[in-house]
Design a protein around this ligand. Sequence first.
Ligand SMILES: [Zn+2]
Length: 499
Amino acid sequence: MFNARSKSKRPLQRAQASRRPTAFYAGVGSSGSHPFTRNEENARLFKYEQQVKQAFSRIEATLRRVSALQHEEGFEKKAQDIATADLGFALPESMLADSWIKPLDIGSLYAWSVFETIKRMSDEFFIDKPLRSADEADFQCFLEECGFHTMDISPCADGRLAHVIRYVLRLPYKAVRRKSYAGAMFDVDDSLQKWVETEMLRHREGRPNSADAQTRYLKVAVYHYSSKLPKQEGCAAHGSDTLRAAEAALERLKAFKQGVENSFCCGASIDLLLLGIDTDNDSIKLHLPDARGEIDVHHPISALELYDATRGAMGTDCETSVMRFMTDRCAAQGASLPNEGMMRLAVRLLCANLSQIDYVRTYHDGCYSDLGHQERFIGMGIGFEEIQLRNLTYFAYLKTVEEGAKDLDVGIKIFSALNVSRGIPIPVVIRYDYHGNVPGAKTRAVERCQRLDEALRQRFGDLAERGLLHTLLMVRDCQMYGRAETVACSLKTDRQEAH
Ligand SMILES: [Zn+2]
């Protein structure tokens, strides 16, 4: 919880953070894995991924069974028995009624089941905190020791990057800002606004640290590519051209930095970092800034190469080995080293990624079977902290449909191939997180959801009319750290109109 970083706890946390590094990565290896891999954490993360993914996967198989029974005697009871046993919840009675005279609307049952599964997953995430990380409290201290007060990450909106925070980089999801955009083409003005807000909080409240501390805002952009099918399964927003994706993300980073420097005097600036992810195996490429802050798109540090180079590094700690590897690599490329804090952060990210490389090797045979899109729903609006899994959600972060039209169109195109082509509707969760301590914020959040819903239906009227677009509207008070609340749903669940 953000509030947990109170000033009174700071000295203790800082001391713990200083002591931590060596022991933190000491979960050294079971058979076959890299000596620095945290196998227990991998097992825990995989259990959660399996549980959630399987819950979504069971929906189609279950509805196929239900569909096959629709003209049988006692259909409704049989259908509910199957749904309860396989999915863990009953289906709406109204959707099963009258099946002797009219065909079952399997599309609606599908969308309703997806929404029910999302609600359950979301509730579990906020109540049981299955992805909570042990080092959550220490991370902010570590970040500040590295010279940063905020880490703001913009990955591509592609669902194959949705796990970048908690899985690929093993970061505590509450301690970093994530905002995804198609092609990692983040909104510079939105980032600028966030920068101003962050600096204001530092001045007014000393959060996350006081304004006189010599720390900077760190912006990270994450592009992606596919090593197996580079021309087909790379970033759709950049025509699967890896170099173009990297260059475009870097341009956006530079524009943000320029924006801060031009808008605010007194040496205001930010730090930048560019990351690439191979979505087939989750290995990262790190484009470190050099001593002058310049980033080179052509010569990244490869976590896969690091993995191989440090495979036999028994008896040394992860940080030392990785630091040596990075220093050697920068020297070989004739690049100057970034400052010490950036190096420490880079070491942490690379060490973490070693575990993720083994995660994919152990549980997915070294390469995901779903190289391409397999998302289950579109998440549209602002929020979605609970979505930390790969290939589950396509994100369209937006305040209005007009401003996020490009991201939304990419999402609808992906789902037209995944779902509509098979007659299955596109489930869209429209979500707006709000700050509950601001008067009227919840009402405005609900109204924004409703406006997004209307605009979505207008833009994709044909799909909506054919019953191939369904929406679930949710809001969440992000300050209370409670559950998300359902506001409305496009599906009729009884004999009356739903909303
Ligand atoms: Zn992309």
